[in-house]
Design a protein around this ligand. Structure first.
Ligand SMILES: Cc1cc2nc3c(=O)[nH]c(=O)nc-3n(C[C@H](O)[C@H](O)[C@H](O)COP(=O)(O)OP(=O)(O)OC[C@H]3O[C@@H](n4cnc5c(N)ncnc54)[C@H](O)[C@@H]3O)c2cc1C
Length: 415
């Protein structure tokens, strides 16, 4: 055992660094240069890049609950870049690169664990789609390849290769696939932002958006009105409702998404494994718990309750993949509200209201995008509204121009 750990483990005199704190303001000012609605990962990441890399520090992040308590707290932390379209692959690859260095950037361990992700194909059509994904991913520098069932068995010897009588025909092996501690990502960004002067106001709900002559002027909150030169909304499942307050519709439908976790067992599974046909993914945490997730609830709803039918469906699929999981005890089940677009890509950038910017449509896959969203949204603000090239394909106007970025085949159970 390292000597320092032993010494400070039994002493009250741990050399606690004051600057490691998260400075929290008490007073909400009446004017900020930038107001960010939503203190999830995306909101605090945007504040961080604005303050640290663009020197814009008169920024308030307004969060109706607590820091990172929305979908950032509820997701299963899958990080990957093996999407289907060149636009998607380029965008998520940049996010993976930022994630790889995030612990260093924060000087704070986000427990980034690059253990690879394996998606199983059970039909010929899926094998063809996987081949395309592998080629697109490789083209942009990602680590993805199509592997045969023998390689699948070698990677995951405990996997049933014929789950629910659906033989595994191939696997999409993405060696860049990873997980990170979701709270730590939000805490790291929030700490970095607040140390640069950004204010994070928790328990402060935005109840309306103030617009005058087509331009945003501020927000109404449960603690009074706040003026702002620029407002960004980053409220995940509540995106369409927030945009309505600003006076325009967003083409989003909110669905609950559920996941669950078991009690821990000895480590037996390194990669993340998902089945495209069973709509189920399974991973083992560093504590040994099994995290199990799948597709969204089959109906739109603003409610984050967990339900028995989803639990039964997910467990039976997980047990088909790893039969010995039937012996395990479930610890917890939960849900979050996710905002889905029709093309399964996000909506980022400008809105019909001047200086009101959108970070929305993250559905079931937005945790992995947290760093690149923060970085590009900050660039958008700092440049006075010039949309960075990387996020141009995700503009809201694509729905009017019929230029959708169809990622449906690469989201779903892969997460
Ligand atoms: C079960 C589940 C599993 C998932 N698994 C994955 C995964 O493995 N990988 C992945 O990449 N993604 C995953 N996701 C999706 C991912 O969690 C989200 O896309 C991502 O967390 C969105 O981040 P965010 O910061 O935009 O949202 P959030 O973390 O939800 O932050 C938005 C914040 O806005 C606040 N807010 C809302 N309305 C207001 C208001 N009026 N005023 C002030 N604040 C407001 C909320 O309280 C919330 O804290 C999963 C989601 C769920 C539910």
């Amino acid at each position: 055992m390292p000597f320092g750990l032993l010494k400070y483990g039994i002493s009250n005199d741990y050399p606690f660094e004051k600057e490691a704190d998260l400075p929290l303001p008490t007073e909400l000012k009446r004017q900020y240069d930038v107001v960010i609605i939503g203190g999830g990962g995306h909101g605090v990441a945007t504040a961080y890049y604005l303050a640290k890399y663009h020197g814009i520090t008169n920024v308030a992040v307004l969060e109706k609950g607590y820091l990172g308590g929305g979908n950032t707290a509820r997701n299963t932390a899958v990080i990957r870049s093996n999407y289907l379209t060149p636009e998607g692959v380029k965008f998520y690859s940049e996010s993976v690169k930022l994630y790889e260095n995030l612990s260093n950037e924060f000087d704070f361990n986000i427990m980034y664990s690059q253990r690879g992700q394996l998606t199983l194909a059970h039909t010929d059509a899926t094998v063809r789609a996987f081949r395309q994904r592998a080629e697109v991913n490789k083209h942009f520098g990602g680590g993805t390849e199509l592997i045969d069932p023998r390689d699948v068995a070698e990677l995951v010897p405990t996997l049933n290769l014929n789950p629910a009588n659906l033989p595994v025909l191939a696997g999409l092996w993405h060696k860049d696939g990873a997980t990170a501690r979701h709270d730590a990502v939000a805490w790291g960004y929030a700490r970095g932002a607040t140390q640069c002067g950004v204010e994070l106001h928790q328990v402060t709900e935005v109840t309306d958006v103030l617009v005058s002559n087509g331009r945003v002027t501020g927000v109404k909150t449960t603690r009074g009105d706040v003026n702002a030169g620029v407002v960004i909304q980053a409220v995940a499942g509540h995106s369409a409702l927030m945009a309505q307050k600003a006076g325009f519709p967003l083409p989003l439908v909110a669905y609950p998404l559920q996941a669950m976790v078991t009690l821990p067992v000895k480590p037996f599974l390194t990669p993340l494994v998902s089945s495209s046909a069973l709509h189920c993914y399974v991973q083992q945490t560093s504590r040994g718990e099994m995290v199990i997730g799948g597709g969204s609830d089959p109906y739109p709803l603003y409610n984050s309750r967990a339900s028995l039918p989803l639990k039964e469906g997910l467990i039976s699929s997980a047990v088909e993949m790893f039969p010995f999981l039937s012996e395990m005890r479930l610890l917890r089940q939960w849900a979050g509200i996710t905002d889905m677009t029709s093309d399964y890509s996000p909506i980022m950038g400008l809105s019909p209201v001047e200086n009101y910017y959108i970070d929305a449509g993250w559905g079931t896959w937005g945790f992995k995008a947290t760093p690149i969203c923060g970085k590009t949204m900050a660039e958008l603000v700092a440049s006075g509204g010039k949309v960075p090239e990387l996020i141009q394909p995700f503009e809201l106007a694509r729905f009017d121009r019929f230029k959708q970025v169809n990622e449906m085949g690469a989201t779903a159970a892969s997460h």
